[in-house]
Design a protein around this ligand. Structure first.
Ligand code: DLL
Length: 435
């Protein structure tokens, strides 16, 4: 552990620390952020609590609050004290800006150092940071954590995959940090270059920023010959480093000295008991630049009850299966792309590359899953293909209780990603029906 005295703190002490920090946070945002002052006043709440449970009475913060305050309206300190800004990916609508004080960067570096230590990294490791550097939090977040841990840090950013592989080989990379979909592309590219990834000194990967399934983990571990650790975070709350798996690979420890996690029922918005699924909500206890109270992430997860064998006392959240806004409702059934991925990656002959394509057939929405066949399947053997297609369709139907139109496509025909993979292609407003 990077900070064992904190990461394995006794729960009673941890909760006392959270309460103290929560009260300081509420007072801070009430005094310095007009959005919060207005929200608390409207709800008739004074900015203090006697117990952690009382947090559930406070109003939520949503992305639209940040948009309305664009760019700096929700910062709790003057710009003079902000040393860095990042922004969220903003695939839909206006981007949002988040700001960090020097203290925020310090604490973020510690949290990312914890994350890397969770994956088994030490100062003897060579960490290749292939998350994008820039407004995205992935690159610089992982970079500062790797340096904080004392690792030899390669700030290569995303892209130029052949060079990534060459650097991995020549510089002796032992820990790879990138999205899981990019890790897969790196493995494939290495093989194309005649380099067996198992001959590389890689031992661990810290992969996150997008949903990925357990089967995808197994495939990446097999392809690259490393231990794949799931890391989670979001810009509005911090960036990477909010939560991370340890080497037990049994849920992601939330950095609870810095964040309070709640899981709420998406319909009633009331907290659910540990173990039940719902939307993840975070309150930042120590952020100075842009603290948030009860931020609704839209991510779906649950708290895994019980203690972890690793000795950390921070509670664990289950891997995020998807976001409420990525959830497809197909003939009344809720489906996340990552559930489709879990099925596909368990079928031999199918490559772990897929896309869910939404289109219009007349006035009806149509959902098709495009799946690449593996390199060993003869793409011109109609009977083989038909058998494979039927198997994919029937396994999806039995796992998800919905029949989907499955289309097998040629190897390497689905666009590869150097960052977050685009799993859903929405052609419904493009006027052309998808064949
Ligand atoms: O993706 C921060 C990050 C960078 C996390 C590098 C991990 C590694 P945003 O661009 O703001 O920040 O996107 C945040 O990505 O709300 C989730 O929906 C999704 N996400 C992030 N990590 C995971 C993960 C970064 N491990 C949004 N599993 C979040 C599933 C994830 N989804």
């Amino acid at each position: 552990m990077f900070q064992p005295e904190i990461e394995s703190m006794e729960r009673g002490r941890l909760e006392a620390l959270q309460l103290e920090r929560l009260n300081a946070l509420l007072a801070r945002v009430y005094a310095n952020v007009p959005t919060y002052r207005a929200k608390f006043d409207e709800a008739g709440l004074s900015p203090s609590v006697a117990s952690l449970d009382e947090l559930a009475d406070f109003p939520f913060t949503v992305k639209d609050d940040l948009r309305a305050a664009y760019p700096y309206g929700m910062f709790a300190v003057p710009l003079h004290d902000i040393v860095r800004v990042h922004s969220s990916s903003g695939t839909t609508g206006q981007i949002t800006v988040v700001g960090y004080t020097r203290g925020d960067i310090e604490r973020w570096s510690d949290m990312m150092a914890r994350t890397l230590a969770c994956a088994g990294a030490t100062a003897d490791d060579v960490v290749q940071v292939a998350y994008g550097y820039g407004l995205f939090t992935g690159g610089l977040g992982a970079h500062y954590g790797a340096e904080r841990l004392g690792c030899t840090t390669i700030p290569i950013s995303g892209g130029n995959t052949k060079r990534q592989v060459q650097v991995m080989k020549d510089f002796g990379t032992t820990v790879l940090a990138c999205t899981p979909s990019y890790a897969l592309l790196m493995g494939e590219t290495a093989l194309e270059m005649g380099i067996d990834p198992h001959d590389l000194p890689l031992k661990a990967g810290v992969f996150g920023a997008e949903p990925w399934s357990e089967n995808m983990r197994l495939q990446i571990e097999e392809l690259l010959g490393l231990k794949a650790i799931d890391i989670y975070g979001l810009s509005e709350v911090l960036g990477p480093g909010v939560a991370s798996e340890c080497s037990c690979q049994c849920g992601l420890h939330v950095n609870e000295d810095h964040f309070i996690i709640e899981i709420v029922d998406p319909a009633t918005l009331r907290p659910v008991p540990d173990g039940e699924q719902g939307e993840v909500v975070f309150t930042t206890l120590t952020k100075e630049g842009i603290p948030v109270v009860r931020y609704r992430t839209r991510d779906i997860s649950r708290i895994i009850p019980g203690r972890c064998a690793c000795g950390r006392t921070f509670r664990r959240m289950e891997r995020v299966t998807g976001r409420t806004d990525d959830m497809l409702i197909i003939r009344g059934v809720n489906v996340f792309p990552s559930q489709i991925e879990q099925v596909l990656t368990g079928i031999p002959g199918v490559a772990p590359h897929y896309q869910v394509v939404l289109s219009k057939r007349g006035s009806m929405d149509h959902v098709a899953v495009h799946v690449e066949v593996g390199p060993d399947v003869a793409f011109d053997e109609i009977k083989t293909l038909e058998r494979l297609r039927n198997r994919v369709a029937s396994e999806i139907a039995s796992a998800l209780a919905v029949n989907l139109d499955v289309k097998l496509v040629e190897p390497k025909s689905i666009q590869r990603s150097e960052g977050k993979a685009k799993r859903v292609l929405d052609l419904r407003n493009e006027g052309s029906a998808e064949s």
